[in-house]
Ligand binder design. Structure first.
Ligand SMILES: Cc1cc2nc3c(=O)[nH]c(=O)nc-3n(C[C@H](O)[C@H](O)[C@H](O)COP(=O)(O)OP(=O)(O)OC[C@H]3O[C@@H](n4cnc5c(N)ncnc54)[C@H](O)[C@@H]3O)c2cc1C
Length: 415
């Protein structure tokens, strides 16, 4: 059998924790997630069994600080582990990302934000409740953000509103494409504090219990790819949540979005994993080593060698940007770092599908049969570029503007 590459290229420069967690993800992925992936995709059902494995392995708390009982992984550790999971089951990696982000945003990202001492103390008290649910009770958080308007692209305030009442908030609104709908224990809802003249600065991040009165999951779910994410719609009608539902103090989400842009770059590791999976499959296939297939080798044809080399080049280009991006994450990155981030995110999302496309073309007709994983990888990989706030289009949009305009620069009329 061909040796498979490490998701980080080489483990040599990794910390012991990074090596250990990536190995753990690889074992779970190979032995548990990959064998279940076809049925999850076929039936468009949530991967509950995979979540039981993630829970048992402590991976629900990967980004929960060690002081709160979690694994205390930093950004770069998380993204590499996520990519390794994506290599075996895209839907598991993508939904796990929604869950992990809840703990990452309330965790090390919030640590870097400016807060008053009172806000900090309040945040410490409240996040301990959320972390305890994840680490000790195995609870899962989703991250409904998208509404079908311009809010998820960061252009207008969220239309979902949180009205302040005695002891908490009352939430009203709708979300679309909520991965883990019907499966999560809490929905980490992005919404706007309901007050006159509210802007994006008044965004709130509230964990709404899935079984709270007034929460409804609705709509069909029969998509092209990422079918196991079960991203149906949510409706909140006069849902009361206590003050402890705050995942961040009022107003802090906006600060995070402005100052820690890597918080939105956690969707792409799943697609780095899918790119690797498409390449892995192609090598296995051309060597005649795909389990269940006749051991017919196709590697001796020069056209196959050229195609697989082309795939490897694109994979390594993608990995290089992925790893650089992993190292770059920090509060207040400079402008060049932000531009590299858009370039990396765009490259990963687009390359995943491109490499999967080349894989099908190179392996040939039999490789797109539903009995093999490649056609699922191809469909799943198509979904990355569609994900807000940084769709492939919006990355290009932001990057193009930032390349050509210095901060604050405008064109004179007609100029
Ligand atoms: C598998 C999957 C899982 C998902 N899971 C979640 C989840 O858990 N939580 C969540 O919140 N969302 C989730 N999403 C939703 C996703 O992030 C997007 O919000 C959704 O795909 C947007 O679809 P739309 O057709 O409404 O996009 P639209 O808003 O109609 O946008 C269509 C395209 O137009 C472009 N566009 C949009 N706004 C602008 C603008 N202001 N300026 C210029 N161009 C613009 C973008 O390129 C975008 O792709 C998921 C999506 C998928 C496919």
């Amino acid at each position: 059998m061909a040796a498979t590459a490490h998701i980080a290229g080489s483990p040599d420069h990794l910390t012991p924790q990074q090596r250990e967690l990536i190995d753990l993800a690889a074992t779970l992925g190979r032995e548990r997630f990959a064998p279940r992936a076809a049925a999850i995709d076929r039936d468009a059902v949530f991967p509950f069994e995979n979540y039981a494995d993630l829970r048992a392995a402590g991976l629900l708390g990967i980004c929960v600080p060690k002081a709160a009982g979690g694994l205390g992984a930093d950004f770069s550790t998380y993204v590499m582990v996520a990519a390794e999971i994506g290599r075996h089951c895209g839907a598991t990696a993508l939904t796990w990302n929604m869950h992990v982000c809840s703990t990452m945003w309330a965790g090390f990202i919030a640590d870097d934000l400016d807060m008053t001492p009172e806000q900090r103390a309040d945040h410490e008290r409240i996040r301990a409740i959320h972390f305890d649910r994840v680490v000790n009770q195995g609870k899962v958080y989703a991250q409904p953000f998208s509404e079908g308007g311009a809010a998820a692209a960061g252009k207008v305030p969220f239309g979902t509103l949180a009205r302040k009442v005695d002891g908490g908030y009352v939430v009203n609104g709708r979300k679309i494409f909520a991965s883990l709908s019907g499966a999560a224990d809490y929905y980490g809802v992005l919404c706007t504090l309901d007050q006159p003249g509210a802007t994006q600065r008044d965004s709130m991040y509230l964990a709404v219990p899935a079984d709270a009165q007034g929460v409804r999951v609705f709509g069909e779910w029969d998509p092209l790819g990422m079918r196991g994410t079960v991203s149906r719609n949510l409706e909140f009608t006069e849902v009361f949540v206590p003050d402890e539902a705050r995942m961040m103090p009022e107003g802090l989400y906006f600060q995070a979005a402005m100052r820690y842009p890597h918080m939105f770059a956690t969707l792409s590791p799943t697609y780095m994993g899918l790119a690797q999976a498409a390449y892995d499959f192609t090598v296995q296939y051309l060597r005649g080593e795909v389990p269940g297939m006749p051991p017919v080798k196709r590697r001796m044809y020069p056209t196959k060698q050229v195609a697989v080399a082309q795939m490897r080049i694109q994979l390594e280009q993608t990995r290089a940007l992925f790893l650089q991006n992993a190292r770059d994450a920090r509060i207040d990155p400079d402008r060049d770092t932000r531009m590299r981030l858009y370039a990396a995110h765009h490259t990963i999302m687009e390359s995943a599908n491109d490499i999967a496309r080349l894989a099908i073309r190179t392996c040939g007709g039999q490789s797109m049969l539903k009995s093999l994983p490649l056609e699922r990888i191809y469909r799943d990989s198509r979904c990355g570029s569609l994900m807000l706030p940084w769709t492939a289009e919006l990355c290009v949009d932001r990057l193009g503007r930032e390349c050509l305009y210095e901060p604050g620069e405008r064109d004179e009329e007609g100029g």
